[in-house]
Design a protein around this ligand. Structure first.
Ligand SMILES: [Zn+2]
Length: 504
């Protein structure tokens, strides 16, 4: 052992000019040809890696060399000003409201640096106008000559701005800096978060960056902390379905699955369910990846794979914390599914999300994953499948006649078609000529009863389960959506778009 230690020490002994050479702070700043304050700032921002030897900072020459290679050159001030002008023009061309700069408490913390940084102002315009337009996501994609900025509004992407390519690198670098991400790493996907205040409200912005053909692409996801606890009255669930769902939620135990593709509003439904159940008499625990919204009096745990904290580990740990209600963000594998099933049979309400397109398919999926059919049949209480439909804009709502063929394909009789009234948005300023404003859910609630239990235990096919559920009174998403179209809440076209009915 002593010999080995000696050897290691010998290896650590750097020679002058060697990349393993260790420099003190002044030498390091000189090496990068910057002033000490600039060097300190880079160090604080994590751009430069160093280590502490006692009270003193030390730096490897090779780290400094790497920094020089990877550091994005800052956009020259003139280019940045020009970029700001281009973004401002794009904003005006789209008729977006202007953004008030640097008002205390508005937007990103207006540090001294932000105030005189045009790239920060570009970030502000992009974020502020996205929030003003109710966007849920911002996509930033570079091509050979330009950067396209698109907003997802009511679930649909809209191209909002095209900005010059030279803004791309400093813009992404700025977002990464704000998101507390590694600036030097450009070859791997990364994520971070930015706290934003706009017009007096707090937003949590998730930043994802990933390598793409023409430089790093970025997606910003805007989470509105205030709007999540919207509660059941705003989800768009029909009163009888809501009553049935609430009954299942308030039962003593059972597994309740909310299903649908990403972005179908599952999280909102699950949080609304937790909000309904959350009371001083109940202990609620969640394991999520990531925790999207903070809930008062709820024990929320983040999945941390690097540390070995998976969904399964979370659920297993909860057994010792004695919760009444458990939310598991994702049923990702057999182990997690089995633990959830077990918990759901031993006095817990277990809420979780899955991705199958409709409610009966969740049953088949659980069995395909390897959960014993008799366990699924006894643990599963209900499956809620859902999608989000855009709502007709109230300011330009007008009656119209969809094609009778389409309506027939949706199962309407000729008599019904003759008497039914349908509405769509003609297009106005309010909805920016899309005809839609806001979204509502369409749902199908499968309640597991004795008949279904028996069928699940003997591995009945999905189609058979669906037929039995409908016979037992399940309203399908299509029927629920058609009802909403008849009420003038949404359009037939939107229903077809989202549920992909009658397409090949
Ligand atoms: Zn309108």
């Amino acid at each position: 052992m002593p010999e080995r230690t000696k050897e290691t020490e010998k290896q650590r002994q750097p020679e002058a000019g060697d990349s393993a050479e260790v420099l003190d702070l002044k030498a390091a700043a000189d090496f990068l040809k910057v002033s000490k304050p600039t060097f300190y700032r880079w160090l604080a921002q994590g751009k430069i890696k160093g280590f502490k030897a006692g009270q003193q900072w030390r730096f490897y020459r090779r780290d400094l060399e790497k920094f020089l290679e990877t550091e994005e050159p800052a956009a020259p001030p003139a280019a940045a000003e020009e970029a700001e002008r281009a973004v401002e023009e794009a904003r005006k061309a789209r008729g977006l409201p202007s953004v008030e700069w640097n008002r205390p408490g508005e937007l990103l913390d207006p540090s001294v640096e932000a105030e005189d940084n045009p790239i920060q102002r570009v970030v502000n315009v992009i974020l502020a106008s996205a929030i003003d337009r109710r966007a849920s996501d911002i996509h930033l994609d570079a091509s050979a000559g330009e950067v396209k900025i698109r907003y997802r509004i009511d679930g649909v992407l809209h191209e909002e701005m095209i900005i010059p390519k030279y803004v791309h690198a400093p813009l992404v670098a700025r977002l990464k800096l704000l998101g507390d991400m590694n600036l030097a790493e450009q070859r791997l996907p990364q994520n971070g978060r930015i706290a934003v205040k706009h017009r007096g409200r707090d937003y949590d912005v998730r930043v994802f960056t990933y390598p793409a053909m023409f430089g790093e692409a970025a997606v910003l996801r805007i989470l509105d902390q205030a709007s999540v606890l919207i509660g059941f009255d705003k989800l768009g669930m029909s009163p009888p379905m809501r009553a049935a769902f609430e009954r299942r939620l308030r039962a003593n135990q059972g597994l309740i699955v909310v299903t649908g593709p990403l972005g179908c509003g599952r999280t909102t439904t699950l949080y609304s369910a937790l909000n309904l159940l959350n009371s001083p008499q109940k202990k609620v625990a969640t394991i999520e990846n990531p925790v999207e919204y903070r809930l008062p009096n709820v024990m929320q745990v983040h999945v941390n794979r690097k540390a070995g904290l998976t969904f399964a580990v979370g659920v297993r740990t909860f057994r010792y914390c004695d919760p009444d209600i458990i939310l598991v963000g994702d049923l990702e594998d057999l182990e997690t599914a089995e633990l959830c099933v077990q918990a759901a049979m031993t006095g817990h309400i277990v809420l979780t999300a899955m991705v199958p397109a409709d409610a009966p398919s969740v049953i088949t999926r659980l069995i395909e994953m390897g959960v014993e059919p008799f366990l699924v049949s006894s643990a599963l209480s209900a499956v809620l499948a859902q999608r989000l439909l855009r709502k007709v804009c109230p300011s330009c709502r007008t009656e119209y006649k969809p094609s009778p063929d389409t309506l027939r394909r949706l199962g309407m009789s000729d008599d019904e078609i003759a008497s039914a009234k349908f509405y769509h948005g003609a297009g106005c300023e309010e909805c920016r000529h899309t005809g839609y404003y806001g979204r509502t859910g369409v749902f199908e609630l499968l309640e597991v009863d004795d008949r279904l239990r028996e069928m699940i235990a003997r591995r009945a096919a999905t189609a058979e389960l669906r037929a039995a559920a409908v016979e037992g009174g399940m309203v399908t998403m299509l029927q629920d959506g058609l009802e909403k179209a008849k009420q003038g809440i949404t359009t037939i076209e939107e229903l077809l778009r989202v549920l992909a009915v009658g397409r090949d």
